[in-house]
Design a protein around this ligand. Structure first.
Ligand code: 3PG
Length: 396
């Protein structure tokens, strides 16, 4: 039976053919939303989404789901904890749309400084206001604070340096050959920054990071850009800072963003002349979407061919393992079974295990990460197997 992949979001169609060439049955539902997914994903093996929400019901109701790919960077639209409970892999495509997001961030920076959207709206409404719109500051020589210097933040830094800005990055001083200035404390950089660009994922640590206190550090008239995640900013605190400190804001993400690709939108930011909002288009260039699609194809291909998951985000980074046992052995049937038997007798939990083979297939090496200690008697018993070459045991 063919493996099924459901692509539940807009995806460049030429890459769907690549899934078919891999022998997959492809279901393409670009308009599927959060509430359609529990039914749509019930029988599929692989689910590919962009911003479509994969909630716990979708995960719980799925019968065959083994891999969810976020065709993009942020996985906050996927209930990763629910996936953990069912042993479903979650992967993403980091870095593939960084340039596109950085280009938008720079575009928003210039838009805020020169008030380009307001210029355009006025013109369309028959209003001419050269006097007012000639009041821009200019960005050359201005101080930019990049909050989050990952793949996207780095691309923003390179472009801002090229524009002659004075660039600071949080906890980083070098990016591929170019030097930026390092800062670690927000209360030091924010009062100096003319422009702030946020490039942080949505995590419990970043949720509401830009709160009342953080906005109190901002310079009067500062420009703030958020092309990352809405949750990083406390919207009410932001509105207060707009009113009280004349800061101006450009957002590609905001509270209550519609899930659909087309429809209506309501937000309290709509009538605020100091806020520009784009339609969460940071990653949506042809180049970026192709790069993300290519990476998605690569992840699925590797998974089918080797079982390995590239950019696997829900693999435990820290386990309860406290000890490591390494057994070098002849590659014959039953050797590992005899070792595992001893471990079983000792009621020891194996957290991770890997068996690799040397060229020629004569000798193999098995590395196990264990939760509790193996006794000298148990090690002695393991060594009694004539096919065991050597054993090493250490605390981690
Ligand atoms: C991402 O996390 O990659 C961006 O927010 C892009 O989201 P999108 O794929 O829904 O455009």
């Amino acid at each position: 039976m063919k493996m099924k992949v459901l692509v539940a979001d807009a995806f460049p169609e030429k890459y769907l053919d690549e899934f078919k060439e891999m022998g997959l049955e492809v279901i393409y539902s670009p308009k599927a939303g959060e509430n359609d997914l529990p039914e749509a994903a019930k029988e599929v093996d692989i689910l590919v989404v962009r911003s479509t929400v994969v909630n716990s019901k979708t995960i719980q109701d799925s019968k065959n789901l083994n891999l969810i790919i976020r065709a993009g960077a942020g996985v906050n639209n996927i209930d990763v904890s629910a996936a953990n409970q069912k042993g479903i892999y979650v992967a993403n495509c980091p870095g593939m749309n960084s340039i596109a997001v950085a280009e938008l961030a720079i575009g928003l920076m210039i838009s805020l400084d020169r008030r380009i959207p307001s210029n355009v709206i006025d013109f369309k409404n028959g209003v001419w206001n050269k006097g007012e719109y000639s009041k821009a500051e200019g960005l050359y020589g201005k101080t930019l604070a990049i909050i989050g210097v990952g793949a996207i933040g780095k691309e923003v830094a390179k472009r801002a340096l090229a524009m002659g800005m004075n660039v600071y990055g949080k906890d980083i001083s070098r990016i591929e050959g170019v030097a930026i200035k390092d800062f670690s404390e927000m209360d030091q950089i924010l009062p100096m920054a003319d422009v702030i660009s946020i490039h942080l994922p949505s995590t419990p640590q970043t949720k509401g990071l830009f709160d009342k206190k953080m906005f109190s550090y901002l310079k009067k008239g500062a420009l703030l850009i958020n092309t990352a995640r809405a949750e990083v900013i406390d919207e009410d605190a932001m509105i207060e800072a707009i009113n009280e400190k004349s800061i101006r804001v450009a957002l590609d993400v905001f509270k209550g963003e519609p899930e659909d690709k087309k429809g209506t939108v309501t937000s309290k930011l709509q009538n605020n002349p100091n806020v520009y909002v784009t339609h969460h288009i940071g990653a949506s260039t042809e180049q970026a979407q192709n790069a993300v699609a290519e990476e998605t194809v690569r992840i699925i291909k590797q998974y089918i061919e080797s079982g390995l998951i590239a950019h696997w985000v829900n693999r435990a980074k820290i386990t309860d393992a406290k000890y490591q046992l390494v057994v070098k052995h002849f590659d014959r049937p039953g050797v590992l079974a005899s070792i595992l038997h001893v471990i079983r007798q000792g009621n020891i939990n194996i957290e991770e295990i890997e068996n690799i083979i040397f060229q020629g297939g004569v000798v193999a090496c098995c590395t196990m990460k264990l939760k509790s200690e193996v006794t000298p008697e148990m090690l002695k018993e393991m060594k009694e197997n004539a096919d065991v070459i050597s054993i090493s045991f250490m605390a981690l």
